[in-house]
Design a protein around this ligand. Sequence first.
Ligand code: PLP
Length: 376
Amino acid sequence: MAVTQKARDLQAAGRDVLTLSMGELDFETPAPVKEAAIAAIAAGETRYTAVDGTPALKAAITEKYRRDHDFLLSPEEIVATTGGKFLIYAALRATLEPGDEVIIPSPYWVSYPGIVRMCGAVPVILATQAGQGFLPDPQTLKATMTPKTRWILLNFPNNPSGATLPLEHAAALAEVIEAHPRALVLSDDIYELIRFDASPPGPLFAKMKGMRERTLTVNGVSKSHAMTGWRLGFGAGPAPLMAAIRRVAGQTTSNPCSISQAAAVAALGMEPSFLTDWRTALRTRRDLVVRTLNRIEGISCLSPSGAFYVFPDINGVVKRKGLADDTAFCTALLDEEALALVPGSAFGAPGFVRLSFAAADSVLEEAMGRLKRFCA
Ligand code: PLP
C-alpha cells in the first residue's frame, strides 16, 4: 500500500506511472453480484445483522464447502467478517497471550507479523527456498515448533510467491503439527479459486488427519470475485474458536456490511464459468511475464501455480547496477521508469520483488518494456 501511495503521488504530479504493486484483480465485480447488492438496498437490507453473518450468507458458505470440498459445516463453525484481514486479526486477538509464538513461513503476506505483534505475541519466521518451490519444509517446521507455538500461518496459493500446497506436502505438515496439541493452524485460503495447476478447489487443510479441531480456514470474496472494496471475508473452524472470534467482532466491527453480505450470497452462488475465463486470461498474462523476466540477465522467476503474483529473484540486477538492495531496486525503478513493484523484504524475502500480473495485457507489455530498459 505504501508503494502504491508513492505511485499515486507521482501520478498526481503528472508522471505516467504503471502500478503492478496492488493485491487485487483488475476485473470488474460480476454483474449479478452488483445487482444483488442493489436489490438488497431496495429491499431495505440496510440494518445491523447478526454479528457473524446473515442466515442466508451462512447457508451460502455452508453450501460452498459442501459443494467444493465435500466438507459439512454447522452454523456455529462459521463466521463472516469485515474482510478476511479482520478475521485473521480477530482470531489471533482472541487466542494469543503475551509471549506466545506464531510461526510464519516466509515469504509471507505483509500483514501477518504486524498483526501478531499487535496481539503481544512473537512472529517466528520460517524461511523457505525458491529452489523448494517456496514450500515450508516439514522437518524445519518440526525444529521450529516449541511449547509456546500457538499458531502456524499457512497461505496457499501464496501471496507473494504464488506457490500452491500439494496434498502430500500438506499431510506431512499436518503430521508435524499434530504432535503439538496447543498449536492451531490458520489456513489462509483467500486465493483458493485462483489456481492454474489443477481445476479448483485446492486441498482443504481442515480435512487433513487430526486437523479439523485446530484449523481456522480463512476465505472471502475479495480475490475470487474481484470484490476487494466490499470488505467481506469468512471463515470456518471449531465452534469454541469461532465463538471467541464472534466476541471480538461483536465489540469492534459488529456485523460485516449488510449489503456486501447480500452481494456475497450472490457471488458464492454463481456458476463458476466466469472464473474459468478469468483464469485463462491470468494464465496468459502470467506466461508473458514469466517468459520476459527469465530473459532478463540477473533475474530468475518461477512460474506461480496460483494467485496473481510473480516473485522473481532480482539479486543479479541489484549487484550489476550497484544498488543497495531490493528496496533500492524498487525505488529506482519507480523514479527512473515510473513502474511500481513491491520489494521482497516487505514479505520477509530480501532480494526478490513482487509483481502483480492482474493488469491489462497492454499495461503488462509496457511494464515489461520499462523493466527491461531499467535492467539493461
Ligand atoms: N490473506 C492474504 C494472503 C491476502 O493477500 C489478503 C489481501 O491482500 C488477505 C488475506 C485479506 O483479504 P481481504 O481482507 O480483502 O478479504
